[in-house]
Design a protein around this ligand. Structure first.
Ligand SMILES: Nc1ncnc2c1ncn2[C@@H]1O[C@H](COP(=O)(O)OP(=O)(O)OP(=O)(O)O)[C@@H](O)[C@H]1O
Length: 298
């Protein structure tokens, strides 16, 4: 692990009975990045975020967050913000009471930010959380998490219930927070176009396993779409790994990983965008079988 690792995982796994939710997950996420966590339903994204927040314990391997075991001390918990998928709030408490609670519980609470954000969102501070719409409740939970001024913010599908304009505006607030504080953010989402605007680091999970991880610019520079006359993928030179292929009788279209430039004029080479890259790895892993749990571990 590097000294600036924000989340370090080694062979991390989580099993619910016979169901392997996360397997053999090894990560070394550098600090100060905005990390997009993507993958199909049931891939293990929430499980990974809950392991990082300390809400779940691993069944195998290890995880460290900001150099310590997740949620191991009050000081460590103060440095990490987490908003779960269901954006939990206290239904009986008003927005104002949530802000007071936040101020009492968090040593680094930014009261000015919290009050300004609630005004910007046009929310009534006297309104009980239980009376808010789903999107408004999510905005309250996200405001509380950012006002805590954590070193690491973990967000599980934070924008799923927000309208398109609110989504874009929230992503802007999130980027400002990360840039101003030098904070690290990990957010899961199915909305890759939103992630493309804010994330500089990517993790693709599928079928409980990490399929792709790294700096977004480096990943985009090392993947290429090749189109040309039909041919067998096996004819590619060493060092070019086919991630996804589709063929017609006449044409082959490949997504290839290669750090060296593709130097073959019989292919037309194009760059990928983030969505192409994510979909290539998701469909590639759809063809790989699920992970059997060894008899001895059941
Ligand atoms: N409490 C639980 N008990 C049993 N199985 C669980 C539990 N929580 C999650 N799982 C299983 O673990 C796997 C991973 O679930 P997880 O919620 O981490 O996926 P996800 O990637 O967040 O999915 P989604 O995109 O649908 O939110 C799934 O197969 C799920 O059914």
């Amino acid at each position: 692990m590097t000294t600036t690792t924000v989340i370090g995982a080694d062979g991390l796994g989580k099993r619910y009975g016979r169901r392997q939710a996360l397997a053999d997950c090894t990560l070394d996420i550098p600090a100060g990045r905005v990390v997009g966590l993507v993958g199909p339903n049931g891939a293990g994204k929430s499980t990974l975020l809950q392991l990082a927040s300390g809400l779940l314990s691993p069944t195998s391997g290890t995880i460290e967050v900001l150099g310590a075991s997740p949620a191991s001390t009050p000081a460590q918990m103060a440095k990490v913000g987490f908003v779960a998928q269901d954006t939990p709030t206290y239904a009986g408490l008003s927005i104002r009471e949530h802000l007071h609670l936040g101020a009492r519980l968090n040593p680094t609470w930014d009261a000015e930010f919290a009050a300004r954000r609630i005004r910007q969102l046009d929310l009534d501070p006297g309104q009980r959380a239980g009376r808010l719409s789903g999107g408004q409740r999510a905005q309250l939970a996200l405001t509380l998490a950012i006002a805590k001024r954590p070193e690491l913010l973990l967000l599980d599908e934070p924008v799923a219930s927000l309208d398109p304009l609110a989504r874009r505006e929230f992503m802007q607030v999130l980027m400002e927070f990360a840039a101003e504080q030098g904070a690290s953010v990990v957010l899961s989402s199915h909305l890759v176009a939103d992630l493309e605007r804010v994330c500089d680091y990517l993790i693709v999970l599928a079928r409980s396993r990490v399929r792709l991880v790294g700096d977004v610019d480096e990943l985009l520079a090392s993947h290429h779409r090749l189109t040309g006359a039909y041919r067998e993928p096996a004819t590619l030179p060493a060092g070019q790994e086919v991630i996804h292929s589709s063929h017609t009788e006449r044409q082959s279209s490949l997504i290839v990983r290669s750090t060296a430039p593709i130097d073959n004029p019989s292919w037309t080479t194009q760059r990928l965008d983030l969505e192409d890259l994510v979909l290539a790895y998701m469909s590639n892993s759809a063809t790989i079988g699920s992970i059997p749990v060894p008899e001895a571990q059941r």
